[in-house]
Design a protein around this ligand. Structure first.
Ligand code: SAH
Ligand code: SF4
Length: 360
């Protein structure tokens, strides 16, 4: 449950109670949250709030949980942010603008323990889980940035969609994940319904079931191989939760009408893009409830894998479709600033910020 001192995730009634307990009229709460909803996380900077109120509230809520350290722009409009956490460590957040929507790719942990060999975050030392406050604060920080510097080619002026596809495994941090989802879904002003939120997981099964029971948001599974021998290597959590068990859990996941579970499949040349891989995939996928999202492998320093060429990916997709599957090829965004899926690694960026620009 949110603590009253956490401005990023406090509700209006809780803020009213806080303001009243400090001896001020309740309407100040709405004023403060109006600023918070514009991304202002330091009460001391809230212009139309009297100074004594600002100070008293700031004394309770403390300093903002995130500080912007670095912002990078991709030629496609994607922005990558590096934030320092008040409680220590760094995380990255990515903002992906399209014509009608702005998607926020948020982080749930500093590093990741799960060690998928093709993923850059997995190579970073796991430090800790993010709190719900730190997860939600990523939204506020980007909201503030967008107000200051809107994206030219999008009619949206704030994040409209949220994907838990940044650093970390969200289902390994249920407290932060559930706390942040509870907030996103309760705040009507955000207009972020469960259809606009996607949680991506490498496949922590009991946690998927709990997510479906509590917050049945869109689910994306990092499948990457549809036979156990290959998936044991690519997604090592498969050794604990193999495909047969994953199958049962996916079949039970609650899906609204016309919605699908996404099966993410990063295409690695010569590794999981062969005929036998296609066959295994066709065998595994339930076309009525699931679709396959083929992802271009994004290289990063030191990676041993190479991407399946674009033509071969299209061909793979066509062959899946001809066998009755739904399949799409995901366009990579922000890859020129290392902001694409699987490229996030705050440690690396922090080093760069510190002036260490030598190639790793
Ligand atoms: N831990 C979660 C969410 C973060 S990763 C998960 O694994 O699902 C988000 C997606 O990026 C996952 O599908 C992941 O497998 C994929 N990914 C990781 N490294 C990648 C890379 N180098 N290129 C493309 N996709 C990658
Ligand atoms: Fe962790 Fe996901 Fe990367 Fe695997 S792909 S190491 S689960 S962040």
């Amino acid at each position: 449950m949110p603590q009253p001192s956490e401005l990023s995730i406090i509700s209006l009634p809780a803020m009213q109670e806080l303001v009243r307990s400090l001896g001020f009229p309740a309407f100040r709460a709405q004023q403060i949250l109006d600023w918070r909803n514009k991304g202002m996380l330091d009460p001391l900077n809230m212009p139309n709030v009297p100074k004594n109120v600002r100070q008293a509230v700031a004394d309770v809520v403390g300093k903002p949980p995130l500080t912007l350290v670095k912002r990078e722009y991709s030629r496609d409009g994607t922005r990558k942010y590096l934030f320092a956490l008040r409680e220590g460590g760094h995380v990255e957040t990515v903002m992906i603008p399209e014509r009608k929507r702005i998607t926020l790719c948020i982080s749930s942990q500093v590093g990741c323990v799960l060690d998928c060999p093709f993923c850059f975050t997995g190579r970073q030392k796991f430090e800790r889980n993010l709190s719900a406050e730190e997860i939600v604060a990523q939204l506020w920080m980007v909201t503030a940035d967008l107000l200051q510097e809107p994206v030219g080619h999008s009619i949206a002026d704030h994040p409209t969609h949220i994907v838990y596809m940044g650093m970390g495994e969200p289902l390994a941090n249920e407290e932060g994940l559930h706390g942040s989802l509870a907030f996103f879904l309760a705040e009507d002003e955000l207009h972020i319904s469960r259809r606009r939120i996607t949680v991506s997981t490498s496949g922590l099964l009991p946690q998927i079931t709990r997510l479906g029971n509590l917050y049945p948001v869109n689910l994306a599974i990092s499948l990457h191989a549809a036979n156990n021998a290959k998936r044991d290597v690519l997604v090592p959590i498969n050794k604990k939760h193999p495909l047969e068990e994953l199958r049962h859990v996916l079949d039970a996941y609650p899906l609204p009408e016309q919605r699908y579970i996404t099966l993410e499949y990063v295409m690695l040349a010569g590794v999981n893009d062969q005929n036998e891989d296609l066959k295994a995939l066709v065998h595994f996928v339930r076309a009525k409830r699931e679709f396959v999202n083929l992802i271009h492998f994004n290289p990063h320093p030191g990676s041993d894998y190479t991407a399946t060429p674009k033509d071969a990916m299209d061909e793979f997709a066509t062959r899946l479709i001809s066998r009755g599957m739904r399949a799409t090829v995901r366009r990579s965004r922000g890859d020129d600033i290392m902001a694409a899926c699987g490229q996030l690694n705050a440690l690396m960026n922090q080093e760069n910020t510190d002036g260490d620009n030598e190639d790793a």
